[in-house]
Design a protein around this ligand. Structure first.
Ligand SMILES: O=C(O)CCC(=O)C(=O)O
Length: 260
């Protein structure tokens, strides 16, 4: 699966491109089953954080390091080929995270750029890295979709931001209201919606945020955060689930690797 010239142009101009239904409903069933197994295990492990006001998991890092299905997902050719096209290099996983954003309980995220965290915490040299969002559920305007400011990646890393660390080693680099207002005035906000199995390729400097999920609808997203093998972080202070020390180029598996 390759991105068309039109899709590459959209990525360059808007900072993201959504490939509708990249994974089939059968493959999504496998992924949802694997997530459910992780959730059933009452996951008290490093890399898992909870919502402030409930026990619901907020972030699950590193599932590729302890779950066979997610280990296969991170070597799936359907996301790897487009990622290699965009980054123009071989890739490895900087981090894999699942944001379950549970019905009624999943809370929002303030405006930030992921590259800002990877640069600040991990010493990632450049923004030649991607967030690849696999929609595990149907995502509507209402159940806490990711919101982006189209084209904001073109401004590079925004200096007016404040680190907001949590106790698990995850830091959001929060961008000031004034900067957000200025960029929104110029380019507006897009809520990124789509059916389960759709995949969004997103520039890691694209400014984004999301509101909480106050609906009964599930809204899980897997973020495969892939880095170019030529862009290795220089700091080794964070855990492997936040900053993978193994930067070996990934070899893709077969296209049917999620059909068990
Ligand atoms: O999944 C979301 O709603 C937002 C997640 C996000 O911005 C992040 O984890 O960096």
């Amino acid at each position: 699966m390759k991105l068309s010239i039109e899709q590459l142009r959209q990525f360059e101009q808007q900072g993201y491109v959504i490939c509708k239904d990249l994974f089939t409903s059968e493959e999504m069933k496998t992924l949802r089953g694997a997530l459910q197994e992780i959730l059933n295990d009452d996951i008290d492990r490093p890399g898992v954080s909870r919502e402030k006001n409930s026990k619901a998991p907020r972030l699950i890092y590193g599932a590729d390091q302890f779950n066979e299905v997610f280990a296969r997902l991170v070597r799936h050719p359907r996301w790897m080929e487009p990622a290699k096209q965009i980054l123009e290099s071989d890739v490895y996983i900087h981090q894999l995270r699942i944001n379950p954003k549970a019905p009624y309980e999943g809370e929002g995220f303030w405006w930030h750029q992921d590259f800002s965290t990877w640069h600040f915490e991990d010493g990632m040299p450049t923004s030649n890295a991607l967030m690849i969002a696999v929609f595990m559920d149907d995502i509507y305007d209402t159940n806490g979709p990711l919101m982006v400011i189209p084209g904001s990646h073109k401004y590079g890393e925004i200096p007016e931001r404040v680190p907001n660390p949590d106790e698990t080693g995850y830091t959001v680099m929060e961008v000031s209201r004034d900067v957000v207002a200025g960029l929104v005035k110029e380019s507006g906000i897009e809520a990124l919606t789509g059916s389960a199995g759709s995949v969004m390729f997103m520039h890691c400097n694209l400014l984004h945020a999301s509101a909480g999920n106050v609906t009964p609808y599930p809204r899980s997203i897997i973020y495969i955060n892939a880095n170019s093998v030529g862009n290795i972080p220089t700091k080794k202070k964070r855990a492997a689930h936040h900053c993978n020390p193994d930067a070996t180029a990934l070899e893709p598996l077969e296209d049917d690797c999620l059909i068990s």
